[in-house]
Design a protein around this ligand. Structure first.
Ligand code: SF4
Ligand code: SF4
Length: 710
C-alpha cells in the first residue's frame, strides 16, 4: 500500500546531507562573489548614486520589464519567458531548499488555496523554462545564429559553455518537476490530499507516468530528484560567476547603476574638475584597474548575446572591432588576473595584451551597441577612456596627427586660416539673397548659427551652410555667425580622447558665444549640436536646423513647392548624433512628409537602428583596416529599400555617403542631399519683388559684416 508520508520520509533520512550541501553551497557562492568584487573595489571611482527614483524606474523598465528584449523577436520573447519563469520559481526554489532540512516548511502566505494557485503557476513556469532551454539548445546546435559565433581572432567558441549552462537549467527544472511528480503519484490512489498539478505541465506528465510505480521506486525518485535539484542548484549558483551566466546575479545592479545621461561623455576622472586636470597623473584607461567599478560590473553583466556586435557598423564592415569582445576579453582578463583561488596579478597594460590600437580607433562612437544592449552595457565611455590613455602616451595614428596639430594651432582640422572661416558666405549668388552677419559684442543678434569646421571649410559642405542661412533668413530669424571667432566645436576631438585640446576649444567658443550676446544657437551639424548641448556648459539653448524647420513648417511659415521629379524615391538616413544620441527622429521625417509629392521609404535600419555612415570620431581623417566602407553598405541599404535619393541632416554623413555612391559605382542612380539643401530647394518663396528688397537689405548687411571682419 502506498503512503505519501512514507515517500516524503525518504527526505528526512537525508537531512544532514542536505544541510551540508546548503552550507557548502552558500559558503562557496559567497566566497566566489567576494573574490569577484575585488577588482571592483580597486577600480576607479564612478558616480552612480544620484537620482535613485529614476534608477528604480529604469530597473522596472529594463530589468523587470525586459524592455529591450523584443528588439530580437524570437530570442527576446524566449528570454522574457525564461526570465519570468525564473522570477516565479525563485520562491519555490527557496522553499524546496528548506524542505530538505525542515520537512513541513511552507512559505508564509503560500499555504491553502494561495499555495495551490502558486503551485499551478510554478508547474507551468518550470515547464516553460524547460522547453525554452531545449529550444535554446537546438537553436545553438542546429541553427547556429551568426551573432553567437566567435571569430578565430577572439578565441575559441563559447558553444560548449552555453550548452552546459542550458543543460544545467533544464536539469534543474526536470529535477524539480520529478520531485513534485513523485510525491503526487504517491498521494494519488490513497485518498491523501492530492497536490493539484497543472494539466499538461511537466510535473503533471511525470506524475501520470509514475502513478502506478511501487512505493519504494517513488521514494527513491523523490529523494534522488531532490538531491539532483540541490546539487544542480548550487552547481549553477557557483558556476555562474565563472562565465556569461553571472549576469543573472549582476544584471539588476548593472541596470540600477547604468548611465542616466548616455549622451554626456564620462569625465577624465570622476570628482576632478577641468581646472584641476593638470593634477591628474595619468589620463584614461591603460591598465584594467583604470576602468571604473561600474565598467567592470559591465564586464560581469554581459550575457554574450552578441546584439551589440550584430549592430556595430565597424564589425559589419570588417574592422578589427566587435564590442561584444571588448567586454568578453576584459572579463577573461579579470578572471585570469583576479582568480577565485590564487594571487591577484594586476597592472598589466591592456594595449597589446588585450586590445589592439586599431580595435580602439575603429569605433565611430555611433552608439548602436549601447542602444541594443538589453543589459545597458556601456561602450563609448570605455573606448574614449582607452583612447585617452593612448593619447596620453603619444599613441596617435599617423593620419590623425596632422589634423590634431591644425586644431591646436588654427582651431580647425584642415589647418585653414581663421579669417577664411566665413568665406562660404561670400558666394555672389548667395549674397544676393541672404544676409549673414558676423556677430561680436557690438554687432549682436538673437540667434547664433554655429557653423563648425566642416561646413565652413569644405567646398561641398558650404552649400549646407548657405542653405541653412537661407532657411533662417526665410523664417525671419535675426541671426549671425561668429566667423573668425568660431573654432571647431571639439566634438570629435573629445571622442578621440584629446580632452585638453577639447577644453581649450570649448572655452574659446564659450567665451565668443557669450560675448556675442545671443539668446539661442542653431546648427546644421549634429556633431556641433551634440557638443554644444552636452559637452559645453553655460551656453544658450541649442537646436538643430531640422527642429527649427519642422516647427516653422507646422506653424505655416515654411511652405513647399511640389517635388519636380515625381519618380524619385527618398529615404532618410538618421545621423547618429541627431538620432541615437539625441532622439531627433521625427522632425526630419515630418519635414520630408510635408513636401508635396515626395515619396519616402524607410531603410531596413532606421531611427535608433540607423547604420553609421562612418564619419564620427575624427574618422574622416583615419584610414581604418576594413573590408568595405560603411557608407557603401548604407548606400546599398538605401537601394534595397527602393530609394534613389538619400536625405541626411549632417555634413559628415554627406561626405561619406556621396563618396560611397562613387565607390559603389552608383553615380547617376543614387544621389544624396542634406535636409537643409532639400528644404532650401523646395521652399515656396515670395514674389521676386520681395526678394529684390531683401537683396538690397542684405547688401547693406554684407558690407557691415566685411567691415567688422577687417
Ligand atoms: S559605438 Fe558604434 S562603432 Fe563603436 S563599438 Fe559601438 S556600435 Fe561599434
Ligand atoms: S554587451 Fe550587451 S548586447 Fe553585447 S553581448 Fe553583452 S549583453 Fe549582449
Amino acid at each position: 500500500m502506498q503512503s505519501a508520508a512514507q515517500v516524503t520520509s525518504f527526505l528526512a533520512a537525508g537531512r544532514t546531507l542536505f544541510l551540508l550541501i546548503h552550507l557548502l553551497g552558500v559558503t562557496c557562492f559567497s566566497y566566489i562573489v567576494a573574490r569577484r568584487l575585488v577588482p571592483l573595489i580597486r577600480g576607479e571611482r564612478d558616480f552612480r548614486f544620484d537620482r535613485p527614483w529614476l534608477r528604480i524606474k529604469r530597473v522596472f523598465k529594463f530589468w523587470l520589464g525586459q524592455w529591450k528584449q523584443p528588439r530580437y523577436r524570437a530570442a527576446g520573447t524566449m528570454h522574457i519567458f525564461i526570465f519570468a519563469g525564473f522570477l516565479i520559481l525563485a520562491i519555490r526554489a527557496f522553499s524546496v531548499l528548506i524542505v530538505g532540512v525542515s520537512q513541513n516548511f511552507v512559505m508564509p502566505g503560500l499555504s491553502g488555496r494561495a499555495g495551490d494557485v502558486y503551485g499551478i503557476i510554478t508547474d507551468y513556469a518550470a515547464t516553460v523554462v524547460f522547453l525554452c532551454m531545449v529550444i535554446a539548445m537546438v537553436r545553438r546546435l542546429v541553427f547556429k545564429p551568426a551573432r553567437y559565433a566567435v571569430p578565430a581572432r577572439y578565441g575559441k567558441s563559447h558553444m560548449a559553455d552555453a550548452i552546459f549552462l542550458l543543460s544545467l537549467i533544464a536539469l534543474l527544472m526536470l529535477a524539480d518537476s520529478l520531485f513534485a511528480a513523485a510525491k503526487a503519484a504517491a498521494e494519488a490512489p490513497q485518498g491523501y490530499p492530492v497536490e493539484a498539478l497543472a494539466a499538461l505541465s511537466l510535473p503533471w506528465m511525470l506524475r501520470n507516468a509514475l502513478v502506478s510505480a511501487p512505493l519504494h521506486t517513488l521514494g527513491s525518485l523523490y529523494f534522488s530528484a531532490y538531491l539532483v535539484h540541490e546539487l544542480t542548484f548550487y552547481l549553477l549558483l557557483c558556476y555562474r560567476p565563472f562565465g556569461i551566466q553571472f549576469h543573472v546575479e549582476t544584471s539588476l545592479f548593472n541596470i540600477y547603476f547604468a548611465k542616466l545621461d548616455r549622451e554626456i561623455l564620462k569625465p577624465v576622472r570622476w570628482g576632478v574638475s577641468d581646472e584641476n586636470l593638470d593634477q591628474v597623473k595619468s589620463f584614461g584607461v591603460k591598465t584594467f584597474e583604470d576602468f571604473t567599478w561600474k565598467h567592470m560590473l559591465d564586464f560581469y553583466s554581459c550575457a554574450d548575446c552578441g546584439r551589440c556586435s550584430d549592430n556595430c557598423p565597424a564589425n559589419a564592415v570588417g574592422r578589427p572591432l566587435s564590442p561584444r569582445f571588448i567586454t568578453i576579453k576584459a572579463r577573461d582578463y579579470s578572471f585570469q588576473h583576479y582568480p577565485v583561488f590564487g594571487r591577484v596579478n594586476k597592472g598589466t597594460p591592456l594595449l597589446g595584451s588585450v586590445y589592439s590600437q586599431d580595435e580602439i580607433w575603429s569605433c565611430t562612437t555611433c552608439g548602436a551597441c549601447e542602444e541594443e544592449c538589453p543589459l545597458l552595457v556601456e561602450y563609448i565611455d570605455k573606448i574614449v577612456d582607452l583612447r585617452r590613455g593612448m593619447v596620453d602616451e603619444g599613441n596617435v595614428p599617423q593620419s590623425l596627427q596632422k589634423p590634431l596639430k591644425a586644431l591646436e594651432s588654427r582651431g580647425n582640422p584642415y589647418g585653414k586660416m581663421e579669417k577664411k572661416k566665413a568665406d562660404w558666405t561670400s558666394a555672389k549668388e548667395f549674397q544676393q539673397i541672404c544676409r549673414v552677419r558676423t556677430l561680436d559684442h557690438r554687432n549682436g543678434a538673437q540667434t547664433l548659427y554655429f557653423v563648425d569646421s566642416i561646413t565652413s571649410y569644405d567646398d561641398r559642405m558650404q552649400s549646407i551652410g548657405r542653405a541653412t542661412a537661407k532657411i533662417l533668413n526665410h523664417v525671419g530669424e535675426e541671426f549671425g555667425i561668429l566667423g573668425a571667432a568660431e573654432r571647431d566645436s571639439g566634438h570629435e576631438v573629445r571622442r578621440f580622447g584629446e580632452e585638453t585640446l577639447f577644453i581649450a576649444l570649448r572655452d574659446h567658443n564659450t567665451e565668443a558665444i557669450k560675448a556675442s550676446g545671443v539668446q539661442r544657437i542653431v546648427t546644421a551639424d549634429p556633431h556641433a549640436f551634440n557638443a554644444l548641448k552636452h559637452d559645453y556648459k553655460d551656453v544658450p539653448p541649442v537646436e538643430h536646423i531640422s527642429q527649427v524647420i519642422a516647427r516653422e513648417v507646422a506653424a505655416g511659415k515654411i511652405k513647399f513647392n511640389p517635388v519636380e521629379n515625381k519618380n524619385d524615391v527618398y529615404t532618410y538616413h538618421d545621423p547618429c548624433y541627431l538620432g541615437r544620441h539625441n532622439q531627433i527622429y521625427d522632425e526630419p521625417r515630418d519635414v520630408l512628409d510635408a513636401i508635396p509629392g515626395l515619396k519616402r521609404v524607410e531603410m531596413s535600419r532606421a531611427r535608433d537602428r540607423s547604420f553609421c555612415c562612418g564619419g564620427g570620431g575624427l574618422m574622416l581623417f583615419y584610414e581604418p583596416k576594413e573590408d568595405q566602407r560603411m557608407g557603401a553598405m548604407r548606400v546599398r541599404m538605401a537601394a534595397e529599400a527602393g530609394a534613389n535619393v538619400i536625405v541626411t541632416a549632417c555634413p559628415f554623413c554627406m561626405v561619406n555617403i556621396e563618396d560611397a555612391i562613387k565607390v559603389a559605382g552608383m553615380e547617376g542612380k543614387m544621389t544624396a542631399i542634406d535636409l537643409a539643401e532639400l528644404v532650401d530647394r523646395q521652399i515656396a518663396r515670395e514674389h521676386p519683388d520681395a526678394i529684390e528688397e531683401q537683396v538690397s537689405e542684405i547688401k547693406e548687411c554684407v558690407t557691415a559684416s566685411s567691415n567688422s571682419l577687417k
